[in-house]
Ligand binder design. Structure first.
Ligand code: LP5
Ligand code: MN
Length: 245
């Protein structure tokens, strides 16, 4: 049996190659051989609300629903770009939404899964932004605004965030080691899997009396990136993404 992990696809209408690659992954999931698919955040480039049913969003929702209906459990952790995915999305797709940090039993190994943005504590401006936009009352208000206004706000804030990011040093956008060790200790695990930083790797981390393992997933920019875990091994599947002309 296999368990798959992906993150940071940033699906959007203009990147058909990435979308095709994701739809193929879903269509090829064999429920007889698959325990679960975990999507660790930033499935979408941005999500303005569960009611934004463009043909593109419907295509993705339907593909998720088909895969779930055929018998594969799919779990979704929200990322910093799709933090507004909500209960209606879960109901429409059959996907199970997870909280910021979840410990799963991965073939006998308790493993912490998360998007990864919460580990980047040196990026103070981002953490302040995250706190603001994750306030339930603000999300409630935002979700009740007309779609056209929501789209305008998103495009404005995105522009501001993009400008802000250009001035940031690269190392503040990676994880903070203390935050990593804190997460291992808080959850009492020695294994974690996350995305967000777009710096795929396998790191060892010194913990009290033991060594931790931190697996970072890659984004789906030039290649797709799937981590496949079985009871005996971990392997990364990576293939070039071809954008149709
Ligand atoms: O994803 P990536 O790698 O490009 O960048 C992230 C961080 N950026 C973000 C920004 C969002 O993706 C932008 C989405 C727009 C959302 C609009 C929401 C509308 C309101 C909803 C209310 C419920 O996540 C980036 C990190 C980087 O990862 C690496 O970790 O550095 O962080 C930023 O760029 C954030 C800026 O530093 C701060 C931006 C401040 C903008 C001011 C907005 C005012 C608050 C609005 C509240 C309504
Ligand atoms: Mn992210």
């Amino acid at each position: 049996m296999k368990t798959y992990f992906i993150s940071d696809l940033h699906l959007c209408e203009t990147r058909r190659g990435i979308t095709t690659s994701f739809l193929e992954l879903l269509a090829n999931l064999d429920p007889k051989e698959t325990d679960a698919l975990y999507i660790l955040g930033d499935l979408f480039e941005f999500w303005v609300g569960d009611d934004y049913n463009t043909p593109f969003n419907l295509q993705i929702k339907n593909a998720l629903k088909d895969a779930v209906d055929r018998g594969t459990d799919i779990y979704l952790v929200k990322g910093n770009r799709d933090f507004l995915v909500g209960k209606r999305f879960a109901k429409q797709t059959g996907v199970t939404l997870l909280g910021d940090e979840t410990v799963i039993d991965l073939y006998g190994v308790p493993t912490l899964i998360l998007h990864g943005d919460t580990l980047c504590t040196d990026d103070v401006k981002y953490q302040e932004f995250r706190q603001k936009v994750n306030q339930p009352w603000l999300q409630w208000v935002f979700n009740h605004l007309p779609l056209s206004l929501r789209l305008k706000i998103v495009s404005k804030v995105k522009g501001q965030a993009r400008n802000d990011k250009q001035d940031k040093q690269l190392d503040i956008m990676d994880v903070n080691q203390h935050a990593v060790v804190d997460a291992f200790n808080r959850q009492q695990v020695t294994h974690m899997i996350h995305g967000h930083t777009h710096r795929p790797d396998l790191h060892t981390v010194e913990l009290t009396n033991q060594i931790g393992e931190r697996r970072v997933l890659g984004d789906w920019h030039s290649h797709n990136f799937v981590l496949r875990v079985t009871a005996s091994d971990h392997s990364v599947i990576k293939e070039p993404i071809v954008e149709p002309k």
